[in-house]
Design a protein around this ligand. Structure first.
Ligand code: SF4
Length: 179
């Protein structure tokens, strides 16, 4: 898989200087310093381990410093079947992360409950927290997980600086009773 170099933001170049907006500079910095928190409960977590290994090498971005503390992470990666009992814990982990933060639902179970259409399984983590990217598959291949991370990078790079203060974002959090 070919990985692009960090893109130069839209800029005005002069002799010995480059001008761009704070928003674009922030987007570039944030997109290349995403720290994921792996919240793995079952088989998709094993696929994530393969993604971290040398063959697929999630570290290729030079930014995948995994954090097992929500306070030092800004990308929540949820992988595996989430029981309804686990829902409040997942939400607590999410609320402990500082803004700005993003979420990937990795695999069918995290995205929709997968094959487990039962009384005990949460039918998608978006029932309890907002999700930015859904990665399909049961399990998804490592390439798909990497693609999900790259989609997050794209979102992060282009996110307007004021989005987190917008009424739409506040409304989204209120919908999830977070705030
Ligand atoms: S989506 Fe499939 S592989 Fe992933 S946790 Fe669910 S059952 Fe396991």
């Amino acid at each position: 898989m070919n990985i692009k170099k960090a893109e130069i933001p839209e800029s005005y170049f002069g002799e010995g200087y480059q001008l761009t907006s704070v928003e674009k500079a922030l987007g570039l910095a944030r997109a290349n310093s995403v720290w994921p928190l792996p919240f793995a409960t079952s088989c998709c977590g094993i696929e994530f381990m393969a993604t971290m290994g040398t063959n697929y090498d999630l570290a290729r971005f030079g930014m995948e410093r995994l954090s097992f503390s929500p306070r030092q992470a800004d990308l929540l990666m949820v992988m595996g079947t989430i029981a309804k009992k686990m829902g409040p814990i997942l939400k607590q982990v999410y609320t402990q992360m500082a803004e700005p933060k993003w979420v990937i639902a990795v695999g069918a179970c995290a995205s929709s409950g997968g094959i487990f259409d039962t009384y005990s399984v949460l039918q998608g983590i978006d029932k309890v927290i907002p999700v930015d990217v859904y990665v399909p598959g049961c399990p998804p291949r490592p390439e798909q997980i990497i693609d999900g991370v790259m989609k997050i990078q794209e979102l992060v790079r282009n996110e307007p600086y004021r989005r987190r203060y917008s009424p739409e974002y506040q409304h989204l959090l209120e919908k999830y009773q977070i705030g």
